[in-house]
Write a protein that binds this ligand. Structure first.
Ligand SMILES: Cc1cc2nc3c(=O)[nH]c(=O)nc-3n(C[C@H](O)[C@H](O)[C@H](O)COP(=O)(O)OP(=O)(O)OC[C@H]3O[C@@H](n4cnc5c(N)ncnc54)[C@H](O)[C@@H]3O)c2cc1C
Ligand code: SF4
Ligand code: SF4
Length: 430
């Protein structure tokens, strides 16, 4: 199979690059390892500073990607190997079995309702709720096709019997495909900092300590409950604390980088909480507020004027009381650096971003270099930010460093323009 460009990763960076290239007439193969495209953005509540609904603005991009005549989208698939071949590349892709016939499935969810197996771990709700062993990843998934989690399936056949489209197919096998392309864009995004790596904050141990991605899910239009509930007892939270820079600017966990977005998404969530729970108090414990983008400083000041408390101080430790409330011990920098304690009924850890360095191992022969922080290395950061160590391979979005959505979109523009320039130059050299 021949395409012009292979894009690895179907988040907003990958989708935007694909649409740019598709609109310019190039044939694109977009490979996403999850069962749906959309990346993290489709799972968010609203976006700062405009407070536009994240799913309302990402769903059209997802639909455009999936239905574009020049874009082939492959979900639940992994790129196993990419090798330079002259000016182009050969790639091997593994398509994992969904055990569901994609063209027959209508997304009706009858299989989910029939399945007797409850799985505690729902990756798309960041484990706030469970799911079934056969499931549609989330309501706006594209493709809206069920997938069987074969590790938890007990092969009872209930989904097969319930499916009106006869789409369940346990005979599916993994499929390997070889493709040739002229250029590659790496858009593998970021990982969330695992908050367990700061054991002094009790994530995973204290039920009412959650991470910010979980809070974004609690505030999203497709939220699992219809309000912001404390996980320990299902009560509406009344006094919520945010601990900014969790796992960012922190050499003790090996991540000295500022994650660029945590200040702003915490401020955004604080505003949304005031809307969802008008009587709640919200306090942000921060080191510095980095509101660097257009309109961001105004958004920060507006949030402060709405009554959100900002306390400058590094939180050293969190302890749990018997009623599930939490005691935060922090250094109160603006009051002489004294150690203070405060009680809250829920704590949100504003976790930072980590790289996806595994992508480097896909490239055989010529090496895809990583930078000192294990993000994809930009060989010309100043003048050609999308170029990598392999000629013809470009990088977009958070795969080369933390960034918000507007900067991710810009970087996708740069990567697609560079890919076009590379393809046209090498075509002329033939
Ligand atoms: C809690 C939280 C709130 C946020 N709120 C905002 C906000 O309000 N406004 C804002 O501007 N930004 C916000 N952001 C940042 C925003 O999420 C990112 O800027 C954006 O999602 C980056 O997009 P991306 O495509 O680079 O990465 P991702 O969204 O991570 O997408 C990468 C995709 O690549 C796939 N992938 C990875 N490896 C492979 C592989 N080997 N093969 C195939 N596929 C692969 C992944 O499954 C994923 O779908 C927030 C982030 C967090 C964590
Ligand atoms: S066969 Fe598996 S996925 Fe289908 S209903 Fe039974 S347990 Fe669920
Ligand atoms: S597999 Fe069948 S029952 Fe499940 S969503 Fe698809 S069509 Fe509906």
């Amino acid at each position: 199979m021949e395409y012009d460009v292979l894009i690895i990763g179907g988040g907003i960076a990958g989708m935007e690059s694909a649409i740019n290239l598709g609109d310019a007439g190039y044939k694109v193969l977009l490979v996403e390892k999850e069962p749906s495209i959309g990346g993290k953005m489709i799972l968010l509540s609203k976006v700062f500073p405009t407070l536009d609904c994240a799913s309302c603005i990402s769903t059209p991009k997802m639909a455009e990607t999936a239905h574009h005549p020049n874009i082939t989208t492959m979900t639940y698939a992994e790129v196993m190997e990419v090798r330079k071949d002259g000016n182009g590349f050969s790639a091997r892709i593994l398509k994992k079995p969904k055990y569901v016939n994609e063209s027959a499935c209508t997304g009706c969810q009858e299989c989910e309702r029939a399945c007797p197996v409850n799985v505690e771990h729902d990756e798309f709700n960041f484990d706030l709720v469970g799911r079934k062993a056969v499931y549609i990843p989330f309501p706006q998934a594209i493709p809206k096709v069920a997938v069987v989690d074969i590790d938890n399936c007990i092969l009872c056949g209930a989904c097969e019997r319930a499916c009106p489209a006869d789409a369940i197919d346990f005979t599916q096998e993994p499929e390997e495909l070889d493709v040739n392309v002229r250029s590659v864009i790496v858009a593998t995004g970021f990982r969330l900092f695992p908050a367990e790596r700061k054991p002094q904050y009790g994530f995973g141990k204290f039920k009412n300590v959650i991470n910010a991605m979980q809070m974004d899910r609690l505030l999203a239009p497709t939220r699992p409950f219809n309000t912001v509930l404390r996980p320990s007892d299902g009560k509406e939270a009344e006094n919520i604390a945010y601990v900014l820079c969790t796992g960012s600017r922190d050499r003790t966990v090996g991540n000295p980088l500022c994650s660029q977005i945590c200040c702003m998404y915490s401020i955004k969530q604080a505003q949304l909480i005031l809307g969802a729970l008008p009587l709640a108090d919200v306090t942000l414990y921060y080191m510095d507020i980095r509101a660097y983008g257009k309109g961001y400083e105004e958004f920060f000041k507006q949030t402060r004027d709405m009554g959100v408390q900002f306390v400058k101080g590094r939180v050293a430790k969190i302890e749990e009381l018997e009623n599930g409330n939490l005691i935060l011990r922090y250094e109160d920098i603006e009051n002489g650096g004294r150690v203070q304690e405060a009680e809250h009924d829920m704590v949100v850890l504003s976790v930072g971003l980590l790289p996806t360095p595994e992508v480097a191992s896909i490239f055989k022969g010529e090496k895809l270099e990583l930078d000192d922080y294990y993000y994809v290395k930009q060989v010309d950061e100043d003048l050609s930010p999308a170029r990598t160590s392999i000629e013809g391979v470009f990088v977009a979005g958070t795969a080369y460093g933390p960034k918000d959505i507007p900067d991710t979109i810009l970087s996708a523009g740069a990567a697609s323009a560079e890919a076009i320039a590379y393809m046209e130059t090498t075509r002329r050299q033939k």
